[in-house]
Design a protein around this ligand. Structure first.
Ligand SMILES: O=C(O)CCC(=O)C(=O)O
Ligand SMILES: [Fe+2]
Length: 296
């Protein structure tokens, strides 16, 4: 049975195999430590300046990123999210490689994903009634229902780096159900079906700059934001050992061998994840979709 609460840890002592066995670890200031030279909250403010106006960024620099919804409507919040996503792509990849280098030897190769989740969750009242038009932003602007990442495109041995850009409170954070870890669960491909015991939840609270590590195979959900603050989080993913995809996953994404990146062999970095049954299944799915599109 995995421990049911967050445990403080530090990068130099982190063992990803413990995370993959269910441990929930928080590294205080870990995201700030890894996001050099520009801390995430500064990039966030720069995105507010370009997506809304420099004056808006100045106001938030003074009053806190958590006040975004008081100066911006849903369209502007979405524009900030998209802008920050664009600004962070490269930097977030470097951050993840810095994370990999900061770890003690893990005994297995590490594989990094291009996944980047920029998750800005305003108070529910700000998005109420807009869920229909924001479905593509589920988990990014509106709450993600209880799910396990390997139902989608994430390997079963992937670890989530969940980085607090703003303050994360119990009333706007993440919910994890540790007792449901790796239990068979019925779902509709997107969310857990009701009527299944999942045990007591852990409700994540963090300070800006903290880093939470949890296995993507934990049952987890956005805590619908019933509080007064907007919550900003950025996520990245890393695999311990070659990626292994769930046999009933609905998608597949490549994971890159960190040893080959930044070498002349970098084109081969995704090869190991391409040589998986998960990828073969994805090719079959793609072919099926193409056949449907081409049907007269
Ligand atoms: O931040 C959230 O609300 C959802 C996060 C999530 O589902 C993930 O990081 O995989
Ligand atoms: Fe998730």
């Amino acid at each position: 049975m995995p421990p049911a609460s967050l445990q403080e840890s530090c990068l130099a002592e982190l063992d990803l195999s413990h995370i993959l066995r269910g441990r929930l670890a928080v590294i205080r200031g870990g995201a700030d430590l890894l996001a050099t030279p520009e801390p995430l909250h500064r990039t966030a403010l720069a995105s507010v300046a370009s997506a809304i106006a420099p004056g808006a960024a100045e106001q938030l620099a003074e009053r806190g990123l958590e006040r975004l919804h008081t100066i911006a409507g849903v369209e502007e919040i979405r524009a900030v999210r998209d802008e920050l996503d664009g600004c962070l792509r490269q930097a977030a990849r470097q951050l993840l490689l810095r994370f990999a280098r900061a770890l003690p030897p893990q005994g297995r190769r590490l594989y990094v994903s291009n996944h980047l989740g920029v998750r800005i969750m305003p108070p529910q009242a700000a998005v109420d009634g807009r869920e229909g038009e924001l479905t593509d932003y589920t988990g990014f602007l509106i709450p993600a229902h209880a799910h396990v990442d390997s139902w989608f495109n994430t390997p079963v041995n992937s670890v989530n780096l969940w980085m607090a850009v703003s303050r994360v409170r119990r009333d706007n954070g993440l919910i994890i159900w540790p007792n449901a870890f790796r239990r068979p669960m019925r779902h509709d491909g997107v969310r857990l079906l009701p009527g299944q015991p999942v045990g007591d939840p852990v409700e994540v609270e963090l300070n800006p700059g903290d880093l939470l590590l949890f296995a993507g195979d934990h049952l987890h959900a956005t805590r619908p934001n019933t509080g007064p603050e907007t919550r900003w989080v950025v996520t990245k993913r890393i695999c311990l050992g070659p990626p292994r995809y769930h046999s009933r996953a609905t998608g597949w994404v490549p994971y890159l061998d960190t040893r080959l990146l930044n070498t002349p062999l970098r084109a081969l970095a995704p090869l190991r994840s391409a040589l998986t049954v998960g990828h073969a299944r994805q090719l079959v799915r793609d072919a099926g979709r193409l056949a449907v599109r081409l049907r007269p």
